[in-house]
Design a protein around this ligand. Structure first.
Ligand SMILES: Nc1ncnc2c1ncn2[C@@H]1O[C@H](COP(=O)(O)OP(=O)(O)OP(=O)(O)O)[C@@H](O)[C@H]1O
Ligand SMILES: [Mg+2]
Length: 469
């Protein structure tokens, strides 16, 4: 990389000397003859390093530094200070200067300092590039779709991703709301900062509030140590609130205030904590009904849906199904280290015509299962259970092609597995009084996966609390 350096000094001799020296070192150098001129030409990404004299008439070196920090936080600023003014040098470093050069200095010192600073600039850039790569390869799963309805979703994502506007993502279960939230984060300027996710359907109000805002030691029974909440963890980044419609009513007021003022207190605390967080919320509930029924605050409802993004059910974008099938086949093949297999015509048709009540999620697991189960050279309709054949009844009958027995065996097996899972998970949750984190830990599952399973199986708080004798 060819380093770009800005030299700022109102003394002509010094300016020319530094410019000459650094040009000879191979840097691309520009100069500014005053603080004013520097402020005018500093813009994001234009320079890697700026060397500025501290004492100039008009805008001082310190002000140039402050301006640079604001406009281009990546710009490394080196401060030239007068002999014996260590204090000022320290102050400059505190304000974010990366180094300083006390006068008088010789050419070697300048070369060395600039080279060292340039190296860290380069390192940081590499690191960021790596980070972006990792994010695009793994964390940011692609949103697939070509239908007009999905294009509208993508358009809105593009338009609002680089703003701080609160977005409410709506849509039925499994339509891809979380993926849309990911896209809003990873396509925006906060992408290198954390994306913190939280599910508001936790079991108790206490838990939800402590998760959101954190708590102080002793705030309630079991709060043995101070804990940082999701709001704090997301500082600088995005907070994704899933199932926001399930947020307890009492919590909503506190949340509204945090949303409006970007300020809140930990549970049991009274110091205001300020954060810079972008909020994206999702729900599959009919919030309007919840508002009318008094289960959801109207003011919060309006505050959340500044921009509303509705992800349509799969049945309204059937033209995307072949694309999605192909996408999931490839992902599954890679994940399970199996070769990609094509779908038979009948299987593909069954997919396109399927009912897919569980939307994209159901399609995805059907495709994954099919890839694992299919024995032949292509995936046939019988492999695509239960989504495409038994429950949704496309034109072709699975019984007719010799898979009928296998289909009912799988159904029986699926039912047995489901009832086992339900009994096992409910028992684990009861042992921990409904505390999902603890139950998950005991049975060796990730908390999110357990929550997901609970939703899939429809395990409710009442069920866990009930028959506990
Ligand atoms: N357009 C899409 N392209 C690729 N994959 C998708 C798409 N939509 C959804 N998926 C996949 O489908 C699954 C479900 O998506 P996601 O978790 O985002 O749904 P959701 O709307 O948040 O569901 P829920 O309401 O149940 O939480 C995920 O595996 C996701 O990767
Ligand atoms: Mg979700």
């Amino acid at each position: 990389m060819q380093g770009r350096v800005l030299v700022v000094d109102d003394e002509k001799g010094m300016r020319l000397a530094l410019t000459g020296l650094l040009s000879k070192e191979g840097y691309q150098v520009e100069s500014a003859d005053s603080g004013e001129a520097a402020v005018r030409i500093i813009e994001p990404g234009r320079f890697h390093v700026a060397i500025t004299d501290l004492s100039m008439t008009g805008i001082t070196g310190m002000q140039v530094l402050e301006h640079a920090r604001r406009v281009d936080p990546d710009l490394a600023v080196i401060m030239i200070t007068a002999y014996g003014s260590e204090k000022i040098a320290v102050q400059a470093m505190k304000l974010g200067a990366v180094d300083y050069l006390p006068k008088p200095f010789d050419n070697d010192e300048v070369r060395m300092v600039v080279r060292r600073v340039m190296e860290t600039v380069e390192l940081r850039r590499d690191h960021r590039r790596l980070l972006e790569q990792v994010q695009s390869d793994y964390a940011f799963e692609q949103l697939v779709g070509r239908s007009a309805v999905m294009r509208r979703v993508f358009d809105t994502v593009e338009k609002v991703a680089d703003t701080d506007i609160t977005v409410l993502v709506r849509g039925a279960s499994g339509t891809g709301k979380e993926l849309v939230a990911n896209a809003l984060h990873y396509r925006g300027p906060r992408r290198a900062k954390p994306l913190v996710k939280m599910n508001c359907a936790a079991l108790s109000r206490e838990l939800v509030e402590s998760e959101l805002f954190g708590h102080e030691k002793g705030a309630f029974t079991g709060a043995v140590a101070r804990r940082e909440g999701k709001f704090e963890a997301a500082d600088g980044g995005t907070l994704f609130l899933d199932e926001v419609g399930d947020m307890p009513l009492e919590t909503q007021a506190k949340f509204l205030r945090a949303l409006q003022e970007r300020e809140f207190e930990r549970v049991g605390g009274n110091t205001a904590i300020r954060v810079d967080v972008r909020v994206v919320a999702a729900t599959n509930q009919d919030l309007e009904t919840a508002v009318r029924a008094g289960r959801f605050r109207e003011d919060l409802y309006y505050r959340l849906r500044v921009v509303e993004l509705t992800v349509p059910p799969l049945a309204e974008r059937r033209e995307d199904i072949p694309l999605l099938v192909d996408h999931f086949l490839r992902l599954a093949a890679e994940h399970f280290k199996r070769p990609v297999k094509p779908l038979s015509g009948a299987a593909l048709r069954a997919c396109v015509e399927g009912e897919w009540k569980g939307n994209v999620r159901e399609l995805r697991s059907a495709v994954e299962q099919a890839l694992l189960l299919s024995a032949g050279p292509e995936i046939d309709i019988g492999d695509l259970l239960p989504g495409a054949s038994a429950s949704t009844g496309p034109a072709t009958s699975p019984a007719g092609d010799g898979y009928g027995g296998a289909a009912s065996f799988r159904e029986a097996k699926a039912a047995a597995v489901e009832s086992f899972e339900r009994a096992f998970l409910v028992a684990a949750l009861r042992r921990h009084d409904g505390n999902i984190s603890k139950a998950a830990e005991e049975i060796g599952m990730y908390r999110q996966n357990l929550q997901q399973k609970m939703r899939e199986l429809g395990i409710s708080a009442e069920e866990i609390a009930g028959n506990q004798t």
